[in-house]
Design a protein. Structure first.
Length: 253
């Protein structure tokens, strides 16, 4: 983001705060809830919501007097995905990796201090690893987040950790910043990261980075599945396959 000496438009900031209220598990919200979260008067919230409604950004449900995101947001999301060349290039390789291993395959980027899923090949839903395309996660979430953070400067890593501190998802989660930094150095040296039940119990994931033509890390791929099934498949083989396909994607880019 550019560092420009310009005062931000407060109305747009408030509108963005309203949009931030919506989430995958909170898709339909009342105006009372929005006012409470954003901390704005009801008349202000109503004016902003109605404006966004007329623009297609917000949809109003008359039956239960709730608001949800409008289809214009879906269109914008499609435009953003369309400019991400890595999705088109990675498409066949994600399918091949999914077919070869039989496990869930995810493609993600790190942008704006967030881990964002941009494509996936799912074996089955409901095995504990939520991976909806477009979902934002903390930058250090899972194998994907860690392999992407590993190639950042240490100052940037510390800045992200300060903004979004490490969380204890399971008893195996890394919560010590010093240990995390050592893991990042190791990951950068070996070129991949193994998440062994750090986010979800009984789930193992392997992630490797994708590089552009300038050698910059622009995305990452992970393969995730039940720990026992991955052990039966062979963890070392999974690492080899994951790195092989990320190398192919990088080469084509």
């Amino acid at each position: 983001m550019r560092d420009v000496n310009i005062k931000l438009n407060q109305s747009i900031e408030k509108a963005k705060s309203i949009l931030d209220c919506f989430a995958y598990d909170q898709q339909y919200l009342t105006i009372e809830y929005i006012c409470k979260v954003v901390e704005i008067p009801k008349p202000t919230a109503y004016r902003l919501l109605y404006t966004m409604e007329t623009l297609g950004l917000i949809h109003y449900n008359e039956k239960d007097a709730t608001y949800c995101l409008g289809m214009k947001m879906f269109e914008y999301g499609g435009i953003v995905l369309g400019r991400l060349q890595v999705i088109n290039v990675a498409n066949q390789y994600l399918s091949a990796l999914h077919h070869e291993t039989g496990f869930t395959v995810l493609l993600a980027i790190l942008e704006g201090g967030n881990l964002i899923y941009i494509d996936k090949r799912a074996t089955r839903e409901g095995f504990g690893y939520t991976s909806t395309i477009g979902r934002f996660r903390d930058p250090h979430y899972g194998a994907l987040g860690k392999v992407l953070m590993a190639y950042l400067d240490e100052d940037m890593i510390l800045k992200l950790l300060q903004k979004t501190p490490l969380k204890k998802y399971t008893e195996y989660s890394i919560t010590d910043p010093a240990i995390f930094l050592e893991k990042m150095k190791q990951t950068k040296q070996q070129g991949y990261y193994i998440d062994n039940e750090e986010v979800v119990l009984n789930i193992t994931a392997v992630a490797a980075p994708i590089k552009n033509k300038f050698g910059e890390i622009i995305a990452a791929v992970t393969v995730a599945g039940p720990k026992e099934e991955i052990q039966n498949y062979s963890l070392s083989k999974l690492v080899k396959n994951t790195c092989h396909y990320t190398d192919l994607i990088s080469t084509e880019l």
